[in-house]
Design a protein around this ligand. Structure first.
Ligand code: PLP
Length: 458
């Protein structure tokens, strides 16, 4: 008997097809825009110079001569590719040097380098966890974390973003599941840029005997005096069991790393399928990452970390003064607050976000657009991000363009969400009432829901 169902149907009939078609006709699709040069504070993009506020190049190291030289030296020495997995034929001294450097930077016993950050999450979660275990994830965690959880076939329990009361309740429930329990969170959340309340999370994990893993993708090279990330900033390095980071942001390259106890890292080397059954990163990527790590670990590192954070505060202040609703800084227990390099403007409606994005693009700024499921439904954001190498003059020019675009946009399409409005979705902490927006963040409490939410469609 022939099946009547075509597996290609989902490609031809998915829910965003119409929206995508209309957006293409109007040249409003903010994705796959073509760069014509390196990712710098200003870039050549589709025939025009534009201010780049849509990268993860937080330290601006992609153009640094030492990082480029690191890539060239590795290319000269090892050629273009290693043509196999690290396990069989793709490990070099660059990998080993990077692993030592990360273990030292994070203050862990050991570290293991993967080909990408996505694979690092997949390879750690998919191996450490098994079908009898429970994994607890913040619903704002990155898609690669959810993919790793699903790969592991552990029981997935998600809690609403940043809600410690929900985490506590979930830990209580997980204690009855009968297996080991791991909590996994982003240190800095990739879309909203808020910082996880790690002291409270680690306290809860300790109370319930759960392990804790923190993804430092957006915090490495940014937060903490050594730039080791959110765990360092919040003083919980000794209370976190596994740390993950990627080379694709501050380190201006491509690759990923997991750091933790030596026996666990050794286990990953011989049991992690996303580590063993994929090709090693290309030598140039490793050489560039190693050079970037050396810069971060030199006296220059703290200057760069301070500069990117200063630029983030500058842009945050400027956008707020223009009347945009910008995601609020994260308030820490000691009363200080942190603005991370991710400075998102809340728009709400998807179509308005695309229109505003296009107006900014035409005005000479490139930013990222985050739509559901990267953010809650009706929680569209323009995700702005800064580099240490932006100067205030360039940011002032960007703010001038933002001001002009806002004026014209609101005259035509009505008001954008205003500064100082209700708390932005997904950013509450325990003890605060849940806002309507928070209630709409996709609930990932069943694998089917998590499965839907991990996709990143337009
Ligand atoms: C929080 C987080 N974790 C993991 C990753 C995956 O890293 P990579 O791009 O190196 O695969 C990303 C990438 O965007 C991320 O934002």
């Amino acid at each position: 008997m022939r099946t009547s169902i075509d597996v290609f149907a989902k490609a031809r009939e998915h829910e965003r097809l119409e929206q995508l078609r209309a957006a293409r006709e109007l040249d409003l699709v903010p994705y796959f825009r073509v760069l014509e040069g390196p990712t710098m504070p200003e870039v050549e993009m589709e025939g025009r110079r534009r201010i780049m506020l849509g990268s993860n190049n937080y330290l601006g190291l992609t153009g640094d001569p030492r990082v480029r030289q690191g890539a060239l030296d590795a290319l000269d020495r090892y050629g273009t590719g290693l043509t196999g997995s690290r396990f069989l034929n793709g490990t070099t001294d660059l990998h080993l040097e990077l692993e030592d450097a990360f273990a030292e930077w994070f203050g862990t016993e050991a570290a293991i380098v993967f080909t990408t950050g996505h694979q690092a999450n997949l390879g750690a979660l998919g191996t450490i966890l098994g079908p009898g275990d429970t994994v607890i994830a913040d619903s704002g965690d990155h898609a690669s974390i959810l993919d790793g959880c699903l790969l592991s076939r552990a029981k997935l329990r998600a809690f609403r973003h940043g809600r410690l009361d929900r985490l506590e309740h979930t830990l209580e429930k997980a204690a009855g599941d009968g297996g080991g329990v791991l909590v996994v969170v982003d240190g800095v959340f990739s879309m909203e840029g808020d910082v996880a309340p790690l002291p409270q999370i680690s306290e809860l994990c300790e109370r319930f005997g759960a392990r804790l893993m923190v993804d430092e993708a957006h915090a490495l090279g940014v937060l903490g005096a050594r730039g080791a990330g959110s765990c360092e900033l919040l003083g919980v390095e000794d209370r976190v069991d596994l740390r993950m980071a990627t080379f694709s942001k501050s380190l201006a390259s491509c690759g990923g790393v997991i750091a933790g106890p030596a026996d666990v890292i050794e286990f990953l080397r011989i049991a992690s399928r996303p580590f063993m059954f994929t090709a090693s990163g290309v030598p140039a990527a490793l050489g560039a990452a190693l050079a970037a790590v050396r810069i971060c670990r030199s006296l220059e590192g703290p200057e760069l970390f301070a500069r990117v954070l200063d630029n983030a505060s500058y842009l945050h202040r400027g956008l707020t003064q223009l009347g945009f609703r910008v995601v609020e800084p994260t308030r820490l227990a000691d009363g200080t607050s942190v603005v991370t390099p991710v400075v998102p403007v809340v728009v709400g409606d998807d179509w308005k976000a695309a229109l505003l994005w296009k107006a900014l693009y035409d005005g000479g700024i490139y930013v990222n657009v985050a739509l559901h499921p990267a953010v809650p439904p009706s929680g569209a954001l323009l995700r702005n991000s800064v580099m240490a190498t932006h100067d205030h003059r360039t940011l002032d020019r960007a703010l001038q363009i933002f001001a002009e675009v806002k004026r014209a946009f609101e005259a035509e399409h009505g008001p954008l969400p205003a500064a100082g409005g209700a708390p932005v979705s997904g950013l509450s902490r325990a003890g605060r009432a849940v806002t309507r927006d928070e209630n709409r963040r996709p609930d990932l409490s069943t694998p089917a829901q998590a499965d839907r939410a991990r996709n990143f469609p337009l």
